[in-house]
Design a binder for this molecule. Structure first.
Ligand code: ADP
Ligand code: MG
Length: 208
């Protein structure tokens, strides 16, 4: 089983959007997919409850109290973490993951807190020793905007490569209403959006 944790101390940076769309991508790729909810606000579980029977199945896992058992059949697991988790809890979730995806928005507030979060992640032994990789995802980018340029410069100073650059796209919210992600639907417009996910999906496929 391949396990992907989506986390950042910052709220609203796109953790649930990325977690649910990764689930959509894995299910579309034919993997038996599980989506573990850690957030008390249960956004991922709500998304799954909106997902009709006609969509490819994704198994809900409720980890709000504790990280529970994962059915043997699951091939790919996504863990959607809440904002403001204690570092001790983040460390536990990292133990349960193969890859840590950290979304970051192009805003000074997000940059500062994400930089501190990345430093703290780096203090965790499995990350420091390179046993767990971190994939930074720049989210809600507006091409050629000043904010995007500043974020790129900021991440370059941190020497933190960007695993994927996702645009600010209304389609995520539109599909979420029906419990769907961009890999559940087809069409010309969505294909361009999917392209943005390719580098991140490539990293994940490379892990197993
Ligand atoms: N790439 C994106 N384009 C457009 N809207 C986005 C994008 N990523 C997130 N959002 C929106 O931003 C809000 C917060 O995203 P969410 O995934 O819930 O963040 P988190 O789980 O980190 O709190 C939601 O309304 C979501 O639809
Ligand atoms: Mg969330």
């Amino acid at each position: 089983m391949l396990r992907v944790l989506v986390t950042n101390v910052k709220g609203g940076c796109g953790k649930t959007t990325i977690a649910t769309n990764l689930a959509s991508a894995f299910a579309a790729g034919g993997f038996a997919t599980g989506l573990a909810e850690v957030d008390r606000q249960r956004s991922s579980l709500s998304w799954l409850s909106l997902r009709g029977d006609r969509a490819r199945p994704i198994t809900p896992l409720d980890w709000r109290k504790d990280a529970g058992e994962v059915p043997d059949a699951i091939e790919r697991l996504i863990i959607d973490a809440p904002a403001n988790l204690k570092m001790r809890h983040v460390a536990e979730l990292i133990q349960a993951a193969d890859l840590v995806v950290v979304p970051v928005l192009a805003s000074v507030f997000d940059e500062g807190s994400t930089a501190r979060f990345l430093e703290r992640l780096d203090e965790l032994k499995p990350v420091r020793k390179g046993r767990k990789s971190i994939a930074l995802v720049a989210n809600r980018l507006r091409p050629r905007s000043k904010a995007t340029q500043r974020l790129e410069a900021f991440l370059e100073r941190l020497r933190q490569p960007i695993a994927a650059r996702l645009g600010d796209r209304a389609i995520y919210g539109e599909l979420a209403v029906s419990g769907l992600g961009i890999f559940d639907v087809d069409g010309q417009a969505v294909r361009a959006v999917r392209e943005e996910w390719r580098p991140l999906l490539g990293i994940i496929d490379g892990l197993g």
